[in-house]
Design a protein around this ligand. Structure first.
Ligand code: PLP
Length: 373
């Protein structure tokens, strides 16, 4: 085989050659190409995107380009002040990043030595933890969540058996794709288990949908805690690419050595600061509307004969299980035929025959129900 390797395959890090990149909802359907390659630009019917947990509707933003000839600040003042005000932490405990995804990557690069250290994930969970680890050459250890009849909570025994073997533990609460919050007492137990040996990251990408459940208060009590936040979900700004890593001053100082010198562009800082200050009421309203719509959709799904389980959700999406593989495929394909895209989660551990619907606008959810009736 080696004679057929291209120059790039020979030069590249070997493990990257066969690596499959993150199959984002966008890549899966871009230009109607299942592989996500973007050669084909033909216009198709507009799609109803209910597969990436984005918020419906769009804000209106004006941009000033006054200083666009200058590099932005490493951490723009307007943005850091706005997030500090929003979350109640000092600026020294906040790092603005290109989405929460960059936070994940920075944490792994800062704490895991390539080919020596490992992260721990609790599947079914968000795919980027493992992708970032793989990219960096960090190992991946799994401590699966408990089954859905036990509430998809942490398995503390499984976590205990990994103490000393991993450097970073990723917890996701509310979880993606499961939707449920992890019990705060269990999050605290996990932090205590790893308090001398690993960083515990609590990914709060969806915390605005149940804000009182945040783990923010734990930052003051433990040195090994990091929180991840984003503007991509409740703030309806997925296209902006802006997230936040919240941690001790020492951890933020460390991550600042690894992040690019100008991660946040001036237009991003400008739009994000507005979203985090004058537009906060709009965000709360959006969350309220989403939570109502979610309750209605959940009831509707529970009444379908093809649906055997609807997972509790504290986020902006609903995960449900179909009675069998045939029905799962039928539901998914029926929707694709009508240009309505949801996410197939059935390949994830414990999620056989499960699909995930993002709570779009009322109109979009009505279209989905009609397509399935
Ligand atoms: C969407 C999501 C992210 C990534 O958010 P970005 O800020 O868009 O990079 C991180 N974690 C979870 C659990 C998510 O669902």
């Amino acid at each position: 085989m080696s004679s057929s390797l291209t120059l790039i395959e020979k030069l590249a890090r070997e493990e990257l050659v066969d690596m499959v990149p993150y199959q984002s909802a966008r890549r899966l359907f871009s230009h109607g190409n299942a592989n996500g390659a973007s050669g084909d630009t033909k216009q198709t019917t507009p799609k109803v995107w209910l597969n990436a947990n984005e918020a419906p509707g769009k804000g209106e933003y004006q941009l000033s380009s006054d200083n666009i000839n200058r590099y932005p600040d490493f951490q723009p003042d307007n943005l850091l002040n706005a997030y500090s005000e929003y979350c109640g932490l000092e600026r020294s405990q906040i790092l603005a990043t290109r989405g929460a995804d960059e936070g994940i990557e920075l944490i792994i690069r800062s704490f895991c030595r390539a080919y020596r250290d490992s992260i721990l994930v609790c599947p079914p969970t968000y795919g980027m933890y493992a992708i970032s680890a793989e990219n960096h050459g960090a190992g991946i250890v799994k401590a699966p969540l408990q089954s859905s009849d036990q509430g998809m909570q942490l398995n503390l025994d499984a976590l205990t058996s990994q103490v000393g073997k991993v450097k970073v533990v990723f917890l996701c609460s509310p979880g993606n794709p499961t939707g449920n919050l992890l019990a705060k007492a269990d999050i605290i137990s996990a932090i205590e288990l790893f308090k001398d040996s690993a960083i515990v990251v609590v990914d709060e990408a969806y915390i605005e949908f149940s804000p009182e459940q945040t783990s923010l208060d734990l930052l003051a009590q433990y040195d090994n805690v990091v929180l991840l936040r984003t503007l991509s979900k409740a703030f309806a700004l997925a296209g902006l690419r802006c997230g936040f890593t919240l941690a001790s001053k020492d951890i933020i100082t460390l991550l600042s050595k690894v992040i690019a010198p100008y991660p946040i562009s001036a237009p991003v800082a400008e739009i994000a600061s507005k979203a985090l200050s004058t537009d906060l009421d709009e965000m709360s309203q959006r969350v309220q509307t989403c939570n109502n719509s979610k309750a209605t959709l959940s009831t509707w799904l529970n009444e379908r004969e093809w649906c055997s389980e609807v997972f509790d959700s504290d986020a902006n999406f609903i995960l449900f299980r179909c009675i069998n593989t045939h029905e799962k495929k039928r539901i998914f394909d029926t929707l694709v035929d009508k240009n309505i895209l949801i996410r197939d989660q059935s390949k994830q551990m414990q999620l056989e025959n499960c699909l995930r619907i993002s709570i779009g606008s009322e109109h979009e959810i009505t279209q989905l129900k009609e397509a399935l009736s």
